[in-house]
Write a protein that binds this ligand. Sequence first.
Ligand code: UDP
Length: 234
Amino acid sequence: MHYKRILLKLSGEALMGNRQYGIDPERLAEYAQEIKAVTDKGVEVAIVIGGGNIFRGVAGASRGMDRVTGDHMGMLATVINGLALQSALEDAGIQTRLQSAIKINEVAEPFIRRKAMRHLEKGRVVIFGGGTGNPYFTTDSAAVLRAIEIHADVILKGTRVDGIYTADPEIDKAATKFDFISFEDVLLKGLKVMDTTAFTLSQENKLPIIVFDMNRPGNLEKVVTGEKVGTKVN
Ligand code: UDP
């Protein structure tokens, strides 16, 4: 295996499938199978899940809600998604633990780094919910933070596009894909990979990021075996 321990970042929107809102159980089951394919190979998998399919703090703030309250709702949304993902993974026969950055002890373990690492060593998939536990952050930042903390080899950002393009491929048909790109070039070219806080945290800690299409079956396995899939930033 090319990577021994990975941090997979899935956005909340990825869980919607073709819906406009919420969680698509079929999509969850597909993801569970993709993840099983790599855990079966002995890869240690940690997952940070977003909440955008349910609530985003900025959306609340734009309608007059206090931003911090909105962010609290967003963080709780990630815990809901974490529970859904945990259930789908366990249906697929994978042992999991959900750890939350905000205390919600009846529902999820609190985030304890050493415990998380122990779970990974035992082959359990660890899902990190609650983002960073702080308002004004995103789950991309949580993903980079947790990846560094648990010494992940790489952060895999599963999206619906197959990598980083010169422009948005869903708008500009002439856009071309990068196989590799440096952190500096992403910033110089003003490309959107993650929000700035998350991106610079990754850069400062020399944590490579691979952006790839999570919806293409077999892709996750290809990434962890080192096949050239998506775009690698390092
Ligand atoms: N959030 C937060 N702090 C964090 C992570 C998330 O306050 O550390 C809130 C924020 O309101 C955000 C929402 O949770 O809009 C959902 O997370 P995100 O937008 O990152 O989800 P994704 O885009 O990955 O679905």
